[in-house]
Design a protein around this ligand. Structure first.
Ligand SMILES: Nc1ncnc2c1ncn2[C@@H]1O[C@H](COP(=O)(O)OP(=O)(O)OP(=O)(O)O)[C@@H](O)[C@H]1O
Length: 232
């Protein structure tokens, strides 16, 4: 297992959002967490990715207790071992695609030239090499999300946390972005935790967990997505 959660609980004031979730993510696995709006998917993902701390329970990434780490240690983890991808790419509007993708490497201390070379390679893998020198405002939503995907993967994280990554795209663009994410993740043996309310999106995963009112439907083993649904 690359990531484990045990009895994760998180509330916002009196409102419980996640009520004791236990799950495991295997190395290289694409795990979908689905459920209706407001069931706690984003909150769970934020706990797993170390963006917020659970009120109770444990989150362990390769023998390291993420829930016990300082803010600085968690943000270091997110710059190196973890990648994050949100519904809106959150690209920096003033920077070109290549500059956006190079940014995490520059922050990690990589030299400018090496960072640009890696950024171009990842834009190519994401199928958007042609927009390398364009700014987000000049790109389609699908292109922006592919650039965001390249940026999430450029540091070669071991696990990517994706929150409704195709939520802002039309069906075709969404399918293409997701297909590419799954292909690249499998090639690089990167695990992906994918949160979505769309059943169609979950069809790309290896396994699906259903969250309702902040708790998993079953013991946390989940449903194996039938082979063939995601083209492997
Ligand atoms: N920052 C916050 N402050 C207060 N309550 C919050 C906050 N974020 C989420 N909640 C509440 O926690 C519960 C779970 O929200 P969460 O966003 O995790 O669910 P979700 O399944 O991701 O929903 P959606 O699919 O609509 O994004 C909801 O009742 C929500 O209103």
């Amino acid at each position: 297992m690359i990531l484990s959660a045990r009895g994760v609980v998180r509330s916002y004031g009196p409102t419980p959002a996640v009520r004791g979730v236990t799950l495991d993510v295997a190395e290289g696995e694409i795990l979908a967490v689905t459920g209706p709006s407001g069931c706690g998917k984003s909150t769970l993902l934020h706990c797993l990715a170390g963006i917020i701390r659970p009120d109770a329970g444990e989150v362990t990434y390769r023998d390291q207790r993420v829930d016990l780490m300082s803010e600085a240690a968690r943000s270091r983890l997110r710059r190196t071992e973890f990648g994050v991808l949100f519904q809106f790419g959150q690209l920096v509007a003033e920077l070109t695609a290549a500059e956006n993708v190079a940014l995490p490497l520059l922050l990690a201390g990589t030299g400018r030239r090496a960072a640009r070379t890696a950024a171009l390679a990842w834009l190519d893998r994401a199928g958007v090499a042609d927009v390398a020198d364009q700014r987000p405002g000049q790109m389609s939503g699908g292109q922006q999300q592919r650039v965001a995907m390249a940026r999430a993967l450029v540091t070669e994280p071991r696990i990517v946390f994706a929150d409704e990554p195709t939520g802002a795209l039309d069906t075709l663009a969404g399918e293409q972005v997701l297909g590419q994410l799954v292909r690249v993740a499998h090639e690089h043996r990167t695990a992906v935790v994918l949160v979505t309310h769309e059943a169609r999106v979950a069809g790309h995963a290896d396994r699906e967990l259903v969250l309702r009112d902040g708790a998993l439907d079953d013991s946390g083993l989940g449903i194996a997505v039938p082979t063939g649904r995601h083209g492997r």
